[in-house]
Design a protein around this ligand. Structure first.
Ligand SMILES: CC(=O)CC(=O)SCCNC(=O)CCNC(=O)[C@H](O)C(C)(C)COP(=O)(O)OP(=O)(O)OC[C@H]1O[C@@H](n2cnc3c(N)ncnc32)[C@H](O)[C@@H]1OP(=O)(O)O
Ligand SMILES: NC(=O)C1=CN([C@@H]2O[C@H](COP(=O)(O)OP(=O)(O)OC[C@H]3O[C@@H](n4cnc5c(N)ncnc54)[C@H](O)[C@@H]3O)[C@@H](O)[C@H]2O)C=CC1
Length: 313
């Protein structure tokens, strides 16, 4: 049943993508990690020309490999009875993705830049300042930030009217939601273009203001953190906490599995940022166990260990 539902989601996303039109044709995705590679994939499979940028050529090679494998999964389902069409779909989608290690050069031909680099305000500021100086006048900038303020990120650029949040969910090819975040100065035209683009890449878009965590993370992150605290206190085992939320609340993953999946470093960046801004909010207080795991390099699935152990990919 679960498989059937997910098959439907991928197929629906794909057919929506083909049918929808967007003013955006050329997109540059900066950051080729977990999120950036997924954003590049859904854009390419919707017919957009994509440049995927990362500072590391190794990351780009790994991203291309995983995008190829994930497109293959989509093709197997959508073109179940027409394998040759499936091969063509994979080849054409892959051909739409170029890679680069030079963010400034890649921004020069973009209608839309989606930033998905590390969750750090200073690093994001440095990048956007550099891009603002070289990108064409019409280019819209968007951040996929999980928790930082869009207004604060865009404070370093001149094009504040052409800046917003496009917040995807992990795994991008499967999760159907896109949060479209309007900053204080995001223009109506930019907002409309971002909404249309989101639909064109097969997502259901919701709109939200520039508040901490937008909608999903404002609810999800405190929930994950409460689960870590519960485990830290020894109230239940990790397995039992996860089983409880899967079987008792119908979640597809338990909170500790989900924390490992998102990345414990990302969880910590989010919590620390909110704690610094809102020191009196008990839900945002630092968690010694989370800090310990991150300091030991146990970042979750991507590192081979977090709350659980994983086979390294
Ligand atoms: C931190 C933030 O800012 C915001 C966030 O992203 S918060 C995190 C939000 N995400 C979630 O909450 C995810 C919750 N988990 C789930 O929905 C599901 O467990 C899951 C979709 C990740 C996996 O589903 P599953 O049924 O347990 O696993 P699985 O059978 O391997 O996958 C189902 C299908 O999804 C697809 N899929 C799974 N992972 C995929 C990936 N990384 N890329 C592409 N497709 C994928 C596959 O097509 C797979 O089909 P196959 O049977 O052909 O392999
Ligand atoms: N992990 C998750 O589940 C989600 C994360 N996000 C957000 O998306 C962003 C990226 O997160 P992930 O993909 O998980 O991180 P990641 O660590 O997997 O990937 C980030 C990539 O950015 C690259 N990078 C860093 N600085 C760069 C620069 N200046 N120029 C080009 N590339 C650079 C790194 O080499 C790395 O490959 C963060 O802002 C995060 O908060 C949003 C939704 C979900």
């Amino acid at each position: 049943m679960k498989k059937m539902v997910q098959f439907g989601v991928i197929a629906r996303n794909f057919s929506n993508s083909s049918a929808m039109q967007s003013a955006i044709k050329n997109i540059t995705v900066i950051g080729g990690g977990l999120m950036g590679s997924g954003i590049a994939q859904v854009s390419a499979q919707a017919g957009q020309n994509v440049t995927l940028v990362d500072l590391s050529p190794e990351v780009l090679a790994k991203s291309q490999k995983s995008i190829g494998a994930n497109l293959g999964r989509v093709a197997k389902k959508v073109y179940k009875d027409k394998p040759q069409d499936g091969e063509k779909f994979v080849a054409e989608s892959m051909a739409r993705i170029k890679t680069s290690t030079d963010p400034a050069a890649a921004a020069k031909s973009a209608d839309l830049v989606v930033e998905a680099i590390v969750e750090n305000m200073g690093v994001k500021h440095k990048l956007f300042k550099q891009l603002d100086a070289v990108a064409p006048e019409h280019t819209i900038f968007a951040s996929n930030t999980s928790s930082l303020s869009i207004n604060e990120i865009c404070s370093v650029v001149k094009r504040k009217d052409r800046f917003g949040g496009l917040h995807f969910f992990n795994p991008v090819p499967v999760m159907r939601l896109l949060e479209v975040v309007r900053g204080a100065e995001t223009s109506d035209a930019t907002y409309k273009t971002m909404m249309e683009w989101g639909k064109a890449v097969g997502k259901t878009c919701i709109t939200c203001k520039d508040t901490p965590g937008f909608v999903v993370n404002r609810l999800l992150v405190p929930y994950i953190c409460e689960a870590i605290r519960l485990y830290e206190r020894g109230d239940a085992s990790a397995r039992d906490i996860d089983t409880a939320m899967k079987l008792g609340a119908g979640y597809p993953m338990g909170p500790l599995e989900l924390a490992d999946y998102v990345g414990l470093d990302t969880n910590k960046f989010i919590l620390d940022g909110w704690h610094n801004k809102y020191p009196d909010q008990p839900l945002f207080k630092p968690i010694p166990l989370l800090n310990k795991l991150v300091s030991e390099g146990k970042l979750g699935v991507k590192a081979g260990e977090g709350f659980y152990k994983y086979e390294k990919k």
